[in-house]
Write a protein that binds this ligand. Sequence first.
Ligand code: ZN
Length: 67
Amino acid sequence: MNPKAPECPSCKRAVLPRAENPCFPFCSGRCKAIDLGRWLGGEYRIASAPDEDEDGNTPPEVPPTDA
Ligand SMILES: [Zn+2]
């Protein structure tokens, strides 16, 4: 296993390094929202804050896509 190729907690795909990926440790903002939605949806109990030191309060809804 390559320690420099972390997996997205949501979809298990390869994740870009933090330096290149504002959504780290997720592969994308969508996966980040999915995981956060699980947290806020009660699938997990929020006993202690997850290991996030930056904007970890994104709402679970997918942002509106005005195409
Ligand atoms: Zn993902």
